[in-house]
Design a protein around this ligand. Structure first.
Ligand code: SF4
Length: 351
């Protein structure tokens, strides 16, 4: 446990937490909705500081991130708790534990483990990392000093204050939309009143930082697969983040409290892909459908298949040394080249 930093005092005597867009007003002794930030004697404490509930080694493509350091080996970590209440969460066992649990690990030990495991970066993932921003920032700064990079896999439901902290250590931010961010969907299945803060976080990150941005959109059949919303989201991304922003449409699998729905039909994902391409987005992907042709990267200039993937594996890499298409010379916005050790990458649980 450690004193949190992102909060302010209210005239009512409560504390307003500023780590995520819920901005919980927390009375003495109370805990915010995430379950890990508590008002203790008039100070906000981050209960999970120094505690990780899980750690795995996996490829960066599993996040999914395809335009930042491809083929990297990542130390993926998480704390307990979350700012959202997703009814389909695949990680509900850790995200919906509204209390501080896990291995006690110093920041130095986390970074040391990442290095010993042969990783190039650390991903803060599985639960929402902005809720423990002070902890991830301190690990992340140390990681930077040892040559590692940092990734957030985030719901984007953050604040301008959190984005300021992100800018101090984050290299890559992948923001996960669900149901294309449709208001009625996020209210019903996520438990937030409005998706607007997600868009604001992306705008803040784009305007004020140099963090690499990628997006995902979980397409939930029957309740979160509205094509008009997909078009709206794609146009917003084109207008505000630019046509080169990668977006991944992910297949839903039934889990947690939404076991009644089937997996997303592949045709539905393909419709989303086509809509995003029609809106002008250059790097559109389908995820969670191993072997699908839209897992691959195609040249936006001539359509040549530049990177052939099979699930998280990079099967062939056909870019020039300076990340251009070898056929037409189009520059491909990928930060870094292919990591040499990518062929040996497999998912490895660490704790
Ligand atoms: S981080 Fe937790 S305590 Fe803070 S506003 Fe979000 S849900 Fe509330």
């Amino acid at each position: 446990m450690r004193h949190a930093e992102l909060y302010e005092f209210l005239p009512s005597g409560r504390i307003r937490c500023l780590a995520c867009a819920r901005r919980c007003q927390i009375g003495s002794g109370q805990v915010g909705l995430c379950g890990i930030r508590q008002n203790v004697d008039g100070r906000l404490e981050l209960l999970v500081y120094g505690r990780l509930i899980t750690g795995h080694v996996d490829p960066i493509e599993k996040k999914p991130v395809t335009h930042y350091r491809p083929g990297s080996r990542i130390f993926s970590v998480a704390t307990s708790g979350c700012s959202w209440l997703c009814q389909y969460c695949q990680n509900f066992d850790i995200s919906q534990r509204r209390r501080a649990e896990g291995e006690v690990l110093s920041n130095e030990r986390v970074v040391e483990m990442a290095l010993q495991l042969g990783c190039q970066g650390i991903a803060y993932t599985y639960n929402e990392p902005t809720i423990y921003i002070e902890y991830s920032r301190d690990i992340g700064r140390l990681a930077h000093s040892k040559g590692l990079f940092n990734i957030f896999v985030s719901n984007g439901y953050a604040t301008p204050e959190t984005v300021t902290e992100m800018a101090k250590f984050l290299d890559c931010l992948t923001v996960d939309f669900k149901g294309s961010g449709k208001k009625s969907f996020v209210q019903r299945y996520i438990g937030i009143p409005d998706p607007a803060p997600i868009f604001e976080t992306l705008l803040e990150a784009k305007r004020r930082t140099s963090i690499h941005l990628e997006l995902t959109d979980l397409v939930v059949p029957e309740v979160g697969d509205d094509l008009a919303e997909c078009e709206k989201l794609s146009k917003w991304v084109y207008d505000n983040l630019g046509p080169e922003t990668p977006i991944h449409f992910l297949r839903f699998h039934p889990d947690y409290r939404m076991l009644n729905l089937p997996s997303t039909p592949v045709e539905t994902l393909e419709r989303h892909y086509e809509i995003a391409k029609k809106a002008g987005l250059k790097y559109v992907y389908i995820g969670n459908v191993p072997g699908h042709e839209y897992e691959d990267t195609y040249c936006a200039g001539c359509g040549y298949r530049l990177i052939d993937r099979d699930s998280y594996d990079i099967v062939s890499w056909n870019l020039t040394a300076d990340n251009r298409c070898p056929k037409c010379g189009e520059k491909v916005p990928i930060r870094g080249g292919l990591e040499p050790g990518h062929k040996e990458l497999r998912f490895v649980p660490v704790f």
